[in-house]
Design a protein around this ligand. Structure first.
Ligand code: SR1
Ligand code: MG
Length: 422
């Protein structure tokens, strides 16, 4: 298959014939016969696992529409191009944190990549199952600090960064999904919205009439759209991470673009807090108290690791045009450099709380829900978990400038979670 043929979606039936001569694939898994399975359970793409005599690989192909909704919502194939380029940059900036790329075909919008075999599992699934993974906070904290710092003007040469900014600026439609689905749709009666009804109807009406919340969501959208600070993963939720007990890999960066550092961190932490609030709905087979404590510990540790690594890179790799060393360290003024670092970290903290709060809202009020809540079959129980998460999200989004540290946030989460009545 070459990039010159017109685009055609692969299928389980056609994949082996169409990729039979692909050198990278044959070198990795051997020549056919191959076993092909379609395993995509995301909202946008086709994902195949292809197994041959000497191994397996993943073939991911974009479709010209949103899979979740169908061809009434067209979506450009070029998201595959952005995913490919994001993966190459993430691998360079945080080696070993993403699947290896074997082949990219721009015309067919497909990426052939390393198969993360079982026991790899999607992080969201592992957390629903109540598994306490020992390394995720460290691995994800390091990934975020390294990719976000090294993709910014704190590290890159300005000419290179501006060229990259121009490249990713064309990821318009994927940014548009986030701009609508995350920042706006949850706060009015948008067409594709849904929520657990009638249980949440009252609270949803209250949130949509909440002037402070609505203004804050739009201030955050403004930051998201206008602060092209670094190359983001762009969709760093627990469904975009694969784990074993010892390994953590980030996948699916098709939403990559230059935006605020706090967006990736906020979205990720929101997913840990949503997992925390959903645990009550998965308790049938035993108490989840330890799991809840683990999840709050993970938010704490992720943020601590992020801060520590970001600070380390600030002190050792600050080679870009921002906060240049000639103004600080080169004049012996280490204190001023540390003061500037504190300021940058504080800004990320305050913004990440906002992004986290509204990410929680959109997964309960908008189009794209998550399995943490959706797999709770008892609708009253699900609504009770969701209502607590919504209240938490509202508080951290609206009060983000006054919240001083992670303990305050996690104490609030624990308090809301223990409330018997919402
Ligand atoms: C229409 S796409 C819905 C969501 O799926 C992706 O994973 C992103 O999170 C997006 O917002
Ligand atoms: Mg995805």
């Amino acid at each position: 298959m070459t990039g010159k043929l017109p685009f055609e979606a692969l299928s389980v039936e056609t994949l082996a014939t169409r990729l039979a001569t692909n050198e990278a694939l044959c070198a990795t898994i051997g020549k056919g016969p191959w076993k092909v399975r379609e395993v995509g359970d995301g909202n946008l793409n086709l994902v195949f696992i292809v197994e041959g005599a000497s191994g397996a690989a993943v073939v991911k192909q974009a479709l010209p529409y949103v899979r979740l909704v169908g061809d009434s919502w067209p979506l450009p194939l070029k998201r595959s191009f952005f995913e490919y380029h994001a993966l190459t940059r993430q691998e360079a900036r945080a080696p070993g944190s993403v699947p290896a790329i074997l082949h990219f075909d721009e015309g067919q919008a497909l990426i052939i990549m390393e198969y993360l075999a079982p026991p790899h599992i999607i992080l969201r699934r592992a957390l629903i199952d109540g598994r306490q993974l020992p390394n995720i906070a460290r691995d994800i904290g390091l990934f975020m600090a390294r990719t976000l710092f090294r993709g910014s003007d704190l590290s890159m040469q300005t000419k290179d960064r501006k060229a990259d900014l121009a490249l990713f600026a064309d990821n318009v439609e994927l940014c548009g999904i986030t701009e609508d689905l995350v920042f706006s749709d949850p706060y009015f009666d948008a067409k594709l919205n849904r929520h657990t009804s009638p249980q949440l109807d009252g609270l949803v009406a209250e949130l949509r009439a909440d002037r402070d919340l609505k203004v804050e969501a739009q201030r955050l959208k403004h930051i998201f759209a206008a602060n092209a600070e670094t190359l983001l993963h762009g969709d760093l939720h627990s469904g975009s991470i694969m784990v074993t007990d010892t390994e953590t890999r980030m996948i699916d960066p098709e939403f990559a673009f230059y935006g605020p550092m706090a967006f990736d961190v906020g979205m990720l932490l929101a997913n840990f807090w949503m997992s925390f609030f959903s645990q009550r709905g998965h308790e049938q087979n035993g108490k989840r108290d330890a799991m809840r404590a683990y999840l709050l510990g993970v938010t704490n540790e992720t943020w601590a690791v992020f801060r520590a690594e970001f600070s380390h890179l600030w002190r050792t790799e600050r080679t870009g045009m921002l906060y240049q060393k000639s103004l600080f360290e080169d004049q012996g003024d280490i204190l001023a450099s540390e003061q500037a670092l504190d300021h940058v970290l504080h800004q990320i903290w305050s913004d990440l709380l906002g992004f986290a709060g509204i990410e929680v809202h959109r997964r309960i009020l908008g189009l794209a829900h998550n399995a943490d809540f959706e797999t709770i079959e008892d609708e009253d129980l699900r609504a009770s978990c969701e209502a607590k998460a919504l209240k938490f999200g509202r508080h951290i989004a609206v009060n983000r400038r006054q919240i001083l540290g992670m303990d305050e946030v996690n104490n609030l989460a624990a308090l809301i979670e223990r409330e018997s009545r919402i």
